[in-house]
Write a protein that binds this ligand. Sequence first.
Ligand code: GTP
Length: 362
Amino acid sequence: MLNWPQKAAVALLEYGVHDSHNATNRQRIVVANFFSIIGYSITFLMSISAFVNNNHALGISLFIAGCIFAFAHFLNGFVKHENSYKWSANIVQTCLIVLMLYLVYSGGKSNTGPLWIYIVPPVVFFFGGLKLGGTYLFLFLTVVGMMLFYPADSFLATSYTFDFASRILFSFLTVSLLFGFYEYSRQLAIRHTQQLSDKFEKQAMTDPLTKAPNRRGMKEHLLHEYARSKRSGRNACILLCDIDYFKEINDKFGHDGGDHALVELTKLLKMNLREQDKLARWGGEEFLILLPETAQKQAYALAERLRAAIDNSPVSYNTKQIHMSMSVGLAILDPEQSVDNAINEADKKLYKAKEAGRNKVL
Ligand SMILES: Nc1nc2c(ncn2[C@@H]2O[C@H](COP(=O)(O)OP(=O)(O)OP(=O)(O)O)[C@@H](O)[C@H]2O)c(=O)[nH]1
């Protein structure tokens, strides 16, 4: 259970996060909010301090910056837009950069203003990434360099010693390079994690033996097609195919022979299907084929062609021939009914095809 200060902190950080945001955008909003909160908390405090020290110009500048940071924070909440965090992040960055330039220009309190510019690299790299963040940083560094070293302090309202200015610039450059390298490593790690996650996701949806989608992979295709036929009003069909007497094939040719037959059968089915059709290994010796935007008559003709192709193409295995046949149950993927209904219907038809002597389409 969170106590009330923790709850308040969470509410402030997650301000503007909606259910529609994905995990990455949620994180960006939270970080944009975090930077805004840090931004206005510090600038308001510094502003009070500047007023107390009778530095009104600095006090007003910091107060305005604080208001802009606060605006960036609350923008996420009252603009209900998918990209509102980007605007908020842009405001935070721009305001920060302008404020930092002003601190360099004016010297801030007791000429310590330039010491704040180290906040810039992490912020611009986080929001802009390596390329955009690097570009912003390069421009910022060029402007700061000009301000610090232009003859006769023409772009400064104060004056810095040469030693101070050059150390500020070199240390800033070092910090920027370190953050740039950190950002580069972070992006590499994110890309690597994403690639791994895509690979595992693909593996989880693929049958390792035949490399065809498995039941889980096919469920995605079925739901996608079901939604599409609901919109278009055009039916799809499904074929549930089961190899006849497969146990006998295993008994006769061994498990490896059975595996080989399954792989070759998958290739044969794929060869006889159209580009848009989807084939999946539904179970042991059972395959499910999805035929998008296909009427029952066409689906029947296609199923009959597949059945005949399997029946007439024995598979070679170790100098022997494995002859296979398959029974097929056909069902319409009716948008008025559920996907499970269609699968049950195809299953019943398949059972009847088996009962009627196998090697049949029903
Ligand atoms: N080699 C191999 N065999 C499998 C695999 N998955 C399931 N099987 C076998 O497939 C056989 C299916 O047998 P049954 O369900 O009795 O069906 P069947 O012999 O094809 O008979 P009908 O379907 O009634 O025509 C079983 O012996 C399973 O062990 C696999 O990945 N590789």
